[in-house]
Design a protein around this ligand. Structure first.
Ligand SMILES: CC(=O)N[C@H]1[C@@H](OP(=O)(O)OP(=O)(O)OC[C@H]2O[C@@H](n3ccc(=O)[nH]c3=O)[C@H](O)[C@@H]2O)O[C@H](CO)[C@H](O)[C@@H]1O
Length: 311
């Protein structure tokens, strides 16, 4: 289970005081899914399941389309068969492609500049969900477009432990700080941003978890129906070098880096307009970049080799 899912389930447990059980299922296995829906009374599905490495998706497109798109269709078919017609979907800011204007609002066109199968799979599933809601007004779906989720649970017990070389920046920085990797490769310093490095909207995983609780609360209100989409970010952009500096301050560790060439498919800047989530979900991010770095460091420093040896 990924750290995003663990974090969200923990928050739901803390808030409801009820135990949350997790049952591993193969998203593409209809019979397995059917058994789960037969056994449990399900009101709403929080659909987190997806492969998410951009580079890997370019070399293994069929795996991404089979799992992320095919798996979602199978899940929706089983939901329909059991008359469960509410879903909170984990989407991504990646559906916006190259921003036409910043900050990104939910009505920005999607799908146009998606450069990789991962991003396209998120966009395709959003389109499928929209069609489904149009076809039958008993369906309601909230799509949450995550910006750049980072951080760890403040206990230091739940954190991101990518297999192999991390694709995303925060776990890479953390592994450099803990001495597992020599230096961070900064992908390009010639972007159209104040210091030339890529700008992103990093959002703490615990805020993201609370965004799911807010979406769940909304979708379960009796008068809610149809399709809604919300950005989950802080609303502020931070460059790669700003993030490195913040991590050094929060951890007290040096993070050596080397500027290298651009990573194919990367964009200059991406950050969210978060006013819709604030207005309609009563949600906004509460944690800043130092919180994100401090909690990541707490997890990484107490689990220098990830979950492998700390269990
Ligand atoms: C804006 C956008 O579409 N964001 C999505 C994209 O994140 P990103 O591709 O923006 O996340 P990332 O953590 O891979 O990169 C963030 C920033 O760090 C830079 N970088 C990254 C790694 C590294 O070793 N060195 C380095 O310099 C990278 O060029 C970028 O400017 O994909 C993620 C899944 O993987 C999520 O779906 C994000 O929502």
């Amino acid at each position: 289970m990924t750290w995003i899912v663990s974090e969200c389930l923990k928050r739901v447990e803390e808030i409801t005081g009820k135990e949350v059980i997790s049952i591993p299922v193969d998203l593409c296995d209809k019979d397995e899914l059917d058994n789960v829906f037969t056994k449990y009374k399900i009101n709403c599905v929080l659909h987190f399941a997806a492969l998410k490495a951009v580079g890997e998706s370019v070399s293994m497109p069929l795996n991404y389309y089979r799992n992320n798109v095919g798996g979602s269709i199978t899940l929706l078919e089983v939901m329909k068969a059991h008359n469960v017609k509410k879903m909170v979907y984990s989407s991504s800011a990646t559906v916006y492609g190259t921003p036409q204007k910043l900050p990104l609002t939910e009505d920005h066109p999607t799908g146009l500049g998606c450069t990789n199968p991962y991003g396209k799979s998120k966009h395709f599933v959003e389109e499928i969900l929209k069609d489904l809601v149009k076809s039958d007004d008993a369906w309601s779906v909230i799509s949450l477009r995550y910006f750049n989720p980072v951080g760890a649970h403040e206990s230091g017990k739940i954190g991101e432990d990518p297999k192999g070389i991390p694709n995303n920046i925060m776990p890479y920085i953390a592994q450099v700080a803990v001495g597992r990797r020599k230096d961070l490769k900064v992908f390009g310093n010639d972007y159209n941003t104040p210091d030339g490095t890529g700008v992103r909207d990093y959002v703490h995983i615990q805020d993201l978890a609370m965004g799911h609780v807010a979406a769940l609360t909304k979708i379960l209100t009796p008068n809610f129906s149809g399709w809604k989409v919300y950005n989950l970010g802080t609303g502020s952009g931070l460059s790669v070098l700003q993030l490195v500096k913040a991590f050094e301050v929060a951890s007290g560790q040096k993070v050596p880096y080397e500027i290298v060439g651009r990573r194919p498919g990367d964009i200059d800047a991406s950050y969210a307009d978060v006013s819709l989530a604030k207005k309609e979900l009563c949600w906004e991010a509460t944690k800043d970049v130092l919180d994100m770095c401090r909690d990541t460091w707490k997890w990484q420093s107490t689990n220098p080799n990830g979950y492998q040896v700390s269990k």
